[in-house]
Write a protein that binds this ligand. Structure first.
Ligand code: ACM
Ligand code: ZN
Length: 551
């Protein structure tokens, strides 16, 4: 049975045997831990139970519920009948129904749900798809891990412990980032990444699609982006920045593949936020269209990691035309409210020398001041122009915290990555913020101090205990806290070339992240979390074939 029965073993030497009845304590191993949990007595048998679905529930949610029923049916071999009886809500209220009962409760928030399990019924309420989705994820973690299995087991009863759960997330934005530019991950691998995000109730994938080391998205108007920009002539070996393995490397997603991934994510309650990183980190595009850079090239897709001095030239009007064209195609593919425009790590050495950039600075009347250089204000101009274009098309921008250097137009959202200070500053200025501090949320960092026992990583040390300990409101007053949309962890892939290694860096740290995103501060408990990971989540990973780091 999924819920762990803990036997408190009596100290036989001290307590007479007659008093030593086995005492049991039901513990639920759900991660992220629900907001309110009341454990009852007994259990509900899921195998063979009827599924009753409120007629008011939308078709997408009904499909999710049906898939859950199908899982139970498939593994246990016992058919779960599926019905939408009239008057279900009243019958459920009167205690006349048995089995699974799914009701729409329009008073609940979109991601909220409740579960009430007795010996006879498993009653689930939510108002919308994500609420039903999360209820189902919780139910799956309450019952036997075989619910994730592809093996038929006629002995499987799928018992669910009697429990009353009321649940909703702490933060609306619960993100995970994936860098598919330094290394390329296939559509199937990205879908597997999305699958495990959904299991832990994450709802945003920040998809990093362009870089110095490769451009990964088909743009019809600029075919050379993928013909040239998506491939590099080798990759540096280990940490030897002068080396090159000489192996041509690359790949990209066609627009059809992007559409497929976006739809798949949506079915899992996940919105994909694409990132076109500008005006730095653009060698992939410059190699394809050298006229977009300050020097005119020639440029090469980079074969090493780091920060390139070669960036786009905002002195040239065609750079803005290019970006607008790219974003026009991007917006057709990604329905997300937010588009990430990067903005990080853009050296200004080229701009300082470039006649076109300097002419632009002069024409705009930009002047350096005690806080920022003229070139930093030039980047603000780029950010503001792209922001206006996207705003005019109904979208909002997210930028890395460097976008605060200079001036940032209202309506931008800042992603705080260089620690928390950028986020605190931005929130204090009234900008919305997503917290993704490298100090707690960079999953490309090592997972232990002893690096000899770990695969090669970029550096740092971010064990799961440290991730778990992150409190996003620390250092923020009540007004500033209102600007924190949520939290995200980033997975940069310079040193992560395989999907197996990607999963190892993601899991189980992403589960710690999920508790930061979902649970209220006082509900976090590392001992409870660790025990749930070992007793439940590791078994899920084993069943579903995820690689992960044990702790
Ligand atoms: C970043 O890590 N350069 C955002
Ligand atoms: Zn220039």
């Amino acid at each position: 049975m999924r819920h762990l029965t803990r036997f408190l073993v009596c100290a036989i030497a001290l307590i007479p045997a007659v008093m030593c009845a086995k005492k049991t304590e039901t513990v639920i191993n759900v991660v992220p831990y629900p907001q309110s949990v009341e454990i009852g007595k007994g259990a509900f048998k899921g195998a063979g139970a009827n599924f009753n679905c409120d007629q008011a529930i939308d078709a997408e949610s009904v499909n999710l519920i049906r898939s859950f029923a199908d899982r139970i049916t498939f593994v246990s071999g016992r058919t779960n009948s599926f019905a939408s009886p009239i008057g279900l809500a009243n019958a459920a209220q009167d205690g006349k129904m048995k089995g699974f009962i799914f009701l729409k409760d329009g008073s609940m928030a979109p991601e909220e749900y409740s579960i009430d399990i007795t010996k006879k019924t498993c009653l689930v309420k939510a108002s919308e798809k994500n609420g039903f989705l999360y209820a189902i994820q919780t139910l799956k973690q309450l019952t036997d891990v075989a619910i994730y299995s592809d093996e038929v087991d006629p002995a499987q009863k799928f018992m669910f412990p009697s429990v009353s759960i009321k649940d909703k997330p702490r933060f609306a934005y619960r993100g995970m980032h994936l860098d598919c530019a330094r290394h390329f991950f296939s559509v199937e691998e990205v879908k597997k990444y999305l699958d495990v995000m959904a299991l832990y109730k994450l709802n945003r994938l920040h998809w990093h699609l362009t870089e110095d080391q490769g451009w990964r998205i088909e743009i019809k108007k600029y075919p050379k982006l993928t013909q040239i920009g998506a491939f590099r002539n080798g990759t540096m070996v280990g940490k030897d920045f002068k080396s090159n393995d000489g192996i041509r490397y690359g790949g990209y997603y066609t627009q059809d593949q992007i559409r497929d991934v976006v739809a798949y994510a949506s079915s899992l309650g996940i919105t994909i936020i694409p990132e076109i990183d500008l005006p730095g980190h653009m060698l992939g595009a410059l190699a394809a269209y050298p006229e977009l850079g300050c020097t005119g090239g020639p440029y090469e897709v980079w074969t090493r990691w780091g920060i390139s001095d070669e960036v786009m030239c905002p002195g040239k009007e065609n750079m803005f035309t290019f970006l607008e064209d790219v974003f026009t195609e991007l917006m057709e593919l990604f329905p997300s409210e937010y588009i990430h425009i990067g903005g990080d790590e853009c050296p200004k050495t080229q701009w300082e020398k470039c006649p076109a950039c300097q002419a632009r600075i002069k024409a705009l009347g930009i002047k350096a001041d005690s806080k920022h250089t003229a070139e930093q204000y030039l980047q603000s101009y780029v950010t503001a122009r792209v922001q206006k274009f996207l705003n005019d098309h109904g979208r909002k921008i997210i930028g890395w915290d460097e976008v605060l250097e200079g001036e940032l137009a209202p309506g931008a959202t800042v992603m705080s990555w260089r620690g928390v200070k950028g986020g605190i500053q931005a929130a204090g200025m009234g900008f919305d913020v997503i917290m993704t501090p490298n100090t707690y949320c960079y999953f490309d960092y090592y997972q232990s101090e002893d690096q000899t026992q770990e695969p090669l990583a970029i550096g740092g040390n971010l064990p799961i205990e440290k991730v778990y300990g992150y409190e996003p409101f620390e250092g923020l007053n009540a007004d500033q806290q209102k600007h924190i949309l949520g939290v995200q962890a980033n997975l940069w892939t310079e040193y992560i070339a395989t999907n197996e290694y990607l999963e190892y860096m993601l899991l189980p740290r992403m589960c710690a992240l999920a508790e930061i995103q979902w649970c209220n501060q006082n509900a976090k408990d590392f001992d409870r979390f660790s025990s749930a990971m070992r007793n439940e989540s590791f078994k899920i990973f084993d069943t579903l074939g995820y690689n992960y780091r044990k702790f």
